[in-house]
Design a protein around this ligand. Structure first.
Ligand SMILES: [Zn+2]
Length: 203
């Protein structure tokens, strides 16, 4: 498109697939002198699959009264509310505890919003979305059930010794010439005094 002089940039929030030339859209676009019907048709065509979403539009009007527009993602709060299954646009104040989302849902929201956030880093986008969620009273939970292998790995990595029967080995107490019995089971530090026994103490 040749460079045309921009006369106006208009920001709108328009229901997906359901724009009409009536107010409030007509009220805002009327003074810009563009063909409102043309905008409505183009917009509705592009957003057929986004019915129920409020779509933010940035509309550029040129000197010759032609226009083009780009669509932005819904506000972060709306994306989060939709994932919560709450009715968006209900007018409810989000200061009330809104609910809980999983980390995976937070990621989904972040990926959707990323194009608006000036970042290609999902982690960064997630941080932004988490901040919005927090301000809305939405909790983010891991909420993923760990697999058996994960739980097993966590268990063995923990410092708690597993339940076991002590198995004593004789060791020299560091820095002395004395000896003591020490349980050889991983993470068990149980010791018993050595009194010249020929066999390890019974467990
Ligand atoms: Zn032990």
């Amino acid at each position: 498109m040749a460079k045309k002089k921009i006369t106006k940039v208009i920001k709108l929030q328009v229901p997906g697939g359901a724009a009409t030339p009536a107010p409030p859209i007509g009220t805002v676009l009327g003074p810009a002198g563009i063909n409102i019907g043309e905008f409505v048709n183009q917009f509705n065509q592009k957003t057929q699959d986004k019915r129920g979403d409020i779509i933010r539009v940035e509309l550029t009007v040129y000197e010759d009264r032609t226009f083009d527009f780009v669509m932005k993602q819904p506000p972060a709060s709306r994306i989060l509310l939709k994932l919560l299954g709450k009715d968006k646009g209900s007018g409810k104040t989000p200061s009330v505890k809104a609910g809980t989302l999983t980390k995976a849902q937070l990621k989904e929201a972040a990926e959707k919003k990323m194009s608006d956030l000036n970042t290609t880093d999902v982690e960064q986008a997630m941080k932004v979305m988490a901040g919005t969620a927090r301000s809305m009273g939405i909790d983010i939970k891991e909420q993923r059930h760990r697999s058996f292998m994960e739980r097993f790995a966590l268990h063995t990595a923990s410092n708690e010794p597993k339940e076991h029967i002590h198995r004593y080995n004789l060791e020299t107490i560091p820095g002395t010439d004395k000896k003591q019995w020490r349980c050889a089971v991983r993470n068990c530090n149980k010791t018993l005094p050595f009194n010249g026994e020929h066999f390890p103490p019974s467990p």
